[in-house]
Design a protein around this ligand. Structure first.
Ligand code: SAM
Length: 216
């Protein structure tokens, strides 16, 4: 039942107790439980209809389904890992910011847009970026995996341009796979042909031009 995006999220998760914020239909937690990747699931939804959908999908499985706003539905230390998928990066960062002491040590985050807001949150909150995947589906999705580590600065950002790394992904830039380069090139061409650029899109265009010119 999972699309390629959520399949790519699921393979990043293996833990004892996993919480999914914005569980919607509840399919991610169900897939993780039935594949034995987690022992117990916690599905959290802020809206009634998806809360009920999650409850019906997860009936009979080792899962709690909670009607709550983000981390308000999770107790400190209750889960080993957490996913938040299919929302904007700013909203994901806001959810994480609102209860810093409830954020589990292992995170898989899939912002639909503005992944830089999530990376910025992690840099300021003692989480290291340990994996980045690009999935091409209806949109171009980035799947970001983080681990809590207050010991040192995040090595993912060593020797890459900080600005470009926040926007496009330090690990994706380092790997520089052809598919990633094509995505950047497409966006560069699109923005370059567009004659009514905002400050934000001009900033992206400049960062893309630098990155494509220097070809890591
Ligand atoms: N995570 C699923 C996925 O990736 O397919 C669903 C994505 S859906 C676009 C976003 C879901 O997050 C909606 O069901 C919405 O009700 C829920 N949501 C949005 N803000 C939330 C919050 N603060 N706390 C819990 N759920 C939230």
């Amino acid at each position: 039942k999972l699309d390629d995006r959520l399949k790519a999220v699921a393979v990043q998760i293996r833990s004892s107790v996993h919480a999914d914020i914005g569980s919607d239909h509840g399919h991610l937690i169900k897939a993780l439980l039935t594949a034995g990747r987690i022992q117990r699931g916690i599905a959290i939804e802020v809206n009634q209809r998806p809360f009920e959908n999650s409850r019906s999908t997860l009936t009979g499985l080792n899962a709690d389904v909670r009607l709550a706003d983000g981390l308000a539905g999770l107790n400190p230390g209750e889960a080993d890992s957490l996913s938040i998928c299919g929302m904007g990066g700013e909203l994901i960062a806001r959810i994480l910011q609102s209860y810093p002491d409830r954020v589990p040590p292992d995170l898989v985050l899939q912002p639909n847009r503005c992944p830089e807001a999530v990376r910025r949150w992690a840099l300021g909150s003692g989480y290291h970026l340990v994996d980045e995947q690009l999935v091409i589906g209806r949109l171009r999705y980035q799947i970001l995996r983080f681990q809590r580590n207050h010991a040192c600065p995040d090595p993912a950002y060593a020797s890459v341009d900080r600005d470009a790394a926040l926007l496009f992904g330090p690990l994706l830039i380092r790997r520089w796979e052809p598919q990633f380069r094509d995505v950047l090139l497409d966006e560069y061409r699109y923005l370059n042909d567009f004659d009514r650029r905002t400050n934000e899109s001009q900033h992206r265009l400049d960062a893309l031009a630098n990155l494509l010119q220097s070809e890591p």
